[in-house]
Design a protein around this ligand. Sequence first.
Ligand code: ZN
Length: 172
Amino acid sequence: MKTCRRCQQSKSLNEMKKSSKKPDGRDSICKECYRKEHRKYDRTPHGRCRTAWYRINERAGNKRGDCPTYANVEVKMTKEEFFIWARPRYEEWEKLHPNVTPSINRIDPKGHYEISNIEMISWNENASGPKQGHLTTETALVDFVIHKCSEHLLNPEKVIKLLLNQIKTPLA
Ligand SMILES: [Zn+2]
């Protein structure tokens, strides 16, 4: 048994986080507390930057063999450049829509991961793949305005332009 330094509960060794540095192979924090802390950190702007950077590098070049469409995609930005770009955007995202998971999308799907070709969009939108003319329902339209046009809300012309790009039948 070992006492967790966070929750102060006495737990069995296999409930404690593993650590190769400790003589008994276990850290003094339990797995449950560690997971909770990690989840909290993952959602901070810095945590999101780190996770996104890791995922981008994992996908690009299809290193794990499960992203064939990324075989020729390269990462043409440094970690530092990406963090400088992403961090303030994650902070802004958190303020504008705290309950939506952000995701990094390549604007031109044939292009590389580079500052000029990335944008932050909602995870759902990225997973379903942004397609031209995909806004066929009112919900999709509202979603699009919230997630894609939020930075332009004081610029109705820009919003209209973005919308016109997305709807199937151009307005007369
Ligand atoms: Zn604990």
